[in-house]
Design a protein around this ligand. Sequence first.
Ligand code: 5GP
Length: 199
Amino acid sequence: MQQGMLIIVSGPSGSGKGTLCAELIRRRPDMKISVSATTRTPRPGELHGINYFFLSPDEFDKLIEADGFLEWAAIYSYKYGTPVGPVKDMLARGIDIILEIDVQGGLQIREKYPDAILVFITTPSRQELERRLRGRGTDEAGEIEVRLEWAGSELVQAARYDYLVINDEVENAVHKLECIVEAERCRPRRIVIPGWISY
Ligand code: 5GP
């Protein structure tokens, strides 16, 4: 059976990548989003096992030792990681998976899976990112500054990604994501023609 595709979506907090991924999945229910683990505390409305697996620092470190992560990274003052089991399982079943992770994680995945597709999402300008972060109202003022600074360093790394999508309007940006997925499915190396050929 054909392996699923691993699609990495990165971008600054406030770039709207979460909204875009949720909309992509709504349109393409055959794709799945990997649920990450984190040591940060849940925001209002976030649920364990749905948004994240919320772990204590100790639990997280034990999983690192047990090789339980496909990748993990320290971001702000927390750790975030992709549990390895579900991703391997879904890829083997031919399911396309989206990992919504930061650039450090994206580049680690590229080392392990050179076939992964790396997509970076950002806002049309820095000012727009700041406006969205303030409007979101979920972060403290100090935390917003940290996130803006972090966004700048992530943007530098975006040059190493395969695609850069500017999230000006959700509809436009999701359409671009769908086009990327469709185009990647047409690469000869991903195609098996039963009874005839696989590249
Ligand atoms: P937030 O705290 O706003 O949910 O996420 C902060 C950052 O952590 C975002 O850039 C998000 O993409 C990233 N992130 C979430 N899960 C993972 C993960 O499993 N691995 C890595 N490397 N980054 C993650």
